[in-house]
Design a protein. Structure first.
Lengths: 268, 268
């Protein structure tokens, strides 16, 4: 239980104050915050609440979109927005800023190069602010719109160009469980793992974004992947991060109770 | 145009006789057949029609499901069914039988081993019948239900355990375009490529099975991937294979005309 972190998206119905208080009440010591929820409450008030309830920030979601386009197809300056997100992470005391790097804009090779260039531009600034950038490869079905980083290998190749305290990789089970190289990739990422996110995949997979479930309700072997990241030296918080429209319609307290149970039964 | 093959699923509204006659009329010299359509017409009558219209079979779809479960979750003896499919391919004069190997049944490692074992059991029989098994990696979003083979590297590792004339790999753009290792993987598959399937991906991707489009309507760089498979020695037919509910509702002749245009404008 000491390592369980509630990624705030899992209890989307809850405001940030409700989520922080809910974690404290349930004995959950960590939370993964989302910037839109932080904005509703304000960065200062969020910082105060975290201190009051003694809940740590496992990560802030998210920076990125370096290819210059949002998932909805609008132009975006991902580098400028990520600089702001780094400042926010520093103020909140979040060690890690999760990056969703952006989808294809122009051709795939150019898009990937823009991501590498943006990380190169931002890594020293993140270092100055004491924030680690967490490159999160997303599932290949999200390559066109959300992330031209699709595998841990690929994220690691970019991370290794920078100091370990500035850039790491996030291992999110939903995105990488299928990868036939996942065991070797995680081992190669020793010292570079900046976060471990768990959830399951619905079968059949009916939605590319929301087709997720609490651990134990799908094909993912959580204890196997947890053993892999631990063997690679990761001992930090484990975020349960579930995008699921059904969960989102339910009261946050109920969802958190099920999250704790799923974590105990299938992850820890 | 000499290399264009109509994969029959693209003109799903057409019966097999309509599709074969349609290809001949449009100057398309190849067709990729599906077993359910062949069954409607009968293997003998299909063979007669192919000869009458002088249309070659680029591949027969499909054998596989070696993990013992259908995408819908029913038990299946994939090895026995694939043996029948090998016989059918031999009778039809199809050089290649496409294999969709099956999704997760039990754990992922065991499921993958069952696939490797089944290929080992069937490869010699395929060789006797003059049919090459084409291992097709499917998109990772189909790993749970349809295919525990997700990358060209992974399919190639199994193929290399058998003689090249018995087992090869199918490169289907829809399934592998996102792969950051695709160029190296295709190069490593020199002499092992048993088919090249083209289509595009819809953006946003709204459906894991039907989210496909004719070449030119998505993010895939067809000429780049075609150059890769050609550099790896593949000079055979190029199948346009599109699963798209909108296309399927339209008359086959219209769809074939657009397929020919898309191939000319974006692939050849």
């Amino acid at each position: 239980m000491d390592r369980l972190s509630l990624n705030q998206i899992t209890t989307k119905a809850w405001s940030l104050p409700e989520a922080v208080a809910g974690c404290a009440e349930a004995g959950v010591r960590w939370i993964g915050l989302w910037r839109d929820k932080v904005a509703e409450t304000g960065v200062e008030e969020t910082t105060r609440l975290l201190k009051e309830y003694d809940v740590g920030v496992s990560s802030l979601c998210r920076g990125g979109f370096f290819t210059g386009i949002t998932p909805e197809g609008s132009p975006v300056d991902g580098v400028a927005q990520t600089r702001e997100a780094i400042d926010e992470a520093a103020t909140l005391g979040a060690d890690v800023l999760v990056l969703v790097v952006g989808g294809v804009h122009g051709d795939l090779a150019t898009s990937r190069q823009r991501v590498a260039d943006a990380v190169g531009e931002l890594a020293p600034y993140a270092g100055e602010r004491g924030v680690r950038l967490g490159l999160e490869p997303l599932h290949p079905m999200q390559c066109a719109e959300r992330s031209v980083l699709s595998t841990v290998d690929q994220a690691l190749a970019i991370a290794l160009e920078h100091p370990a305290e500035q850039v790491g990789v996030i291992v999110d089970e939903f995105h990488v469980w299928w990868d036939p190289r996942i065991e070797e990739s995680i081992a190669a990422a020793t010292g570079r793992i900046a976060g471990f996110h768990v959830c399951d995949q619905k079968v059949p997979l009916t939605d590319t974004l929301l087709g997720r479930a609490l651990p134990g309700d799908g094909p993912i072997d959580h204890r196997h992947l947890k053993a892999c990241v631990e063997a690679a030296g990761y001992t930090g918080p484990i975020e349960v991060e579930v995008f699921d429209a059904d969960l989102w319609r339910r009261p946050g307290g109920e969802v958190l109770a099920e999250t704790v149970k799923a974590y105990r039964d299938h992850v820890s």
